[in-house]
Design a binder for this molecule. Structure first.
Ligand SMILES: [Ca+2]
Ligand SMILES: [Ca+2]
Ligand SMILES: [Ca+2]
Ligand SMILES: [Ca+2]
Length: 338
């Protein structure tokens, strides 16, 4: 009993010591470099200055990045990029959340040469900013610069262009590709998924787990479109071969399998692409009693000789009678394959 309490206490003490050490380290960094161009970067931290000192430190281990983890909001987070990762893009590593979520951080350089370079420029590592954070800083700098103009002076196009140029040059974003062995600091306003991408489909392992897709298989449902394209571009189900339930699998609807619904294709996320009332493939109608649809053999090819209609056109044969009405007339006439 005593032993377990002591172990627990020791662990607590160690955790505390690590946290204090981390805070001291950042304190030194901030103090040491506050004279250089680090100041605007740190001022733009996501938390008010008064709160940053008491912000908790969290470490995400290389093992956690491999299996997929979450970077919590409003914490000082240290992420160890596992050696197993050769290279991974910032977007994939942080689950493509940067368009809407403000996060920023920096990676400590791996060798002393890089380190010296960065120290000369007044920052101990290479900065990265999410798209949302870059836009936030851009707007802030533009507003600051506008205030420096006299209210009696009209801004010319040249003034505005100059403002834009100056602002762009002040926003430093240096890391798009992360490599194994890096140690990086991250702070985010909302939690973001972090992880390796074992199967290279653009979804990191944390996202794959939350979506229920297979992190070792780039096309979990085997419909011909990879998981990343399904989630981020097509917005279809990575675990469902026929996302819209019209009978035709996603990779047949999206013929060139590029994750976009384009002219000449049927829509993998809409059961009736041409909205003529008949589904693209075959669907149950009349409370499940009948099967009706346009591409009846579900092969993605319009075959009028097989009694099919074109799921891309409301009037497939161009005779002025809409497809749905043709089916209605067929049923009235007692046809058995309408
Ligand atoms: Ca993946
Ligand atoms: Ca798929
Ligand atoms: Ca479908
Ligand atoms: Ca469809």
């Amino acid at each position: 009993m005593m032993v377990s309490i002591n172990t627990h206490t020791t662990r607590k003490t160690l955790q505390h010591a690590t946290a204090v050490l981390g805070a001291l380290l950042l304190g030194l960094i901030v103090y040491g470099f506050s004279q250089g161009d680090i100041a605007p970067s740190l001022e733009a931290r996501l938390l008010p200055k008064s709160l940053t000192r008491q912000t908790e430190w969290v470490t995400i281990t290389a093992q956690q990045v491999l299996s997929g983890s979450t970077i919590p909001a409003d914490r000082n987070v240290i992420v160890h990029i596992p050696e197993e990762i050769t290279r991974i893009s910032r977007k994939v590593l942080f689950g493509r959340r940067g368009d809407t979520i403000r996060y920023w951080g920096y990676c400590f350089p791996q060798n002393i040469h890089d380190s010296n370079n960065n120290l000369k420029r007044g920052f101990p590592g290479d900065l990265f900013l999410s798209e949302a954070e870059r836009e936030f800083r851009r707007q802030k700098l533009i507003a600051e610069r506008r205030r420096t103009f006299s209210i009696f002076k009209n801004l010319t196009v040249a003034d505005l262009n100059e403002t834009e140029d100056r602002v762009q040059s002040r926003i430093r974003h240096q890391v798009e590709i992360f490599t194994g062995g890096n140690t990086c600091f991250v702070m985010t306003e909302k939690s973001i998924p972090v992880g390796a991408d074992d199967d290279g489909d653009g979804l990191n392992n944390s996202l794959e787990r939350s979506l229920g897709s297979d992190s070792k298989n780039p096309d979990t449902d085997g419909d011909g479109i990879n998981d990343g394209l399904e989630v981020f571009r097509l917005v279809s189900h990575p675990t469902k071969r026929d996302s819209d339930g019209d009978g035709i699998i996603d990779g047949i609807e999206d013929t060139n399998r590029n994750g976009r619904f384009e002219p000449g294709e049927t829509n993998p996320t809409e059961w009736d692409t041409d909205r003529d009332g008949l589904c693209d493939g075959l669907c149950k109608v009349n409370k499940g009693q009948d099967l009706r649809g346009e591409d009846k053999n579900l092969n993605g090819i319009y075959e009028p000789n097989n009694g099919e209609y074109d799921p891309r056109t409301t009037d497939s044969d161009g005779d002025g009678v809409f497809d749905e009405h043709e089916v209605y007339l067929c049923v009235l006439g007692g046809g058995d394959d309408c």
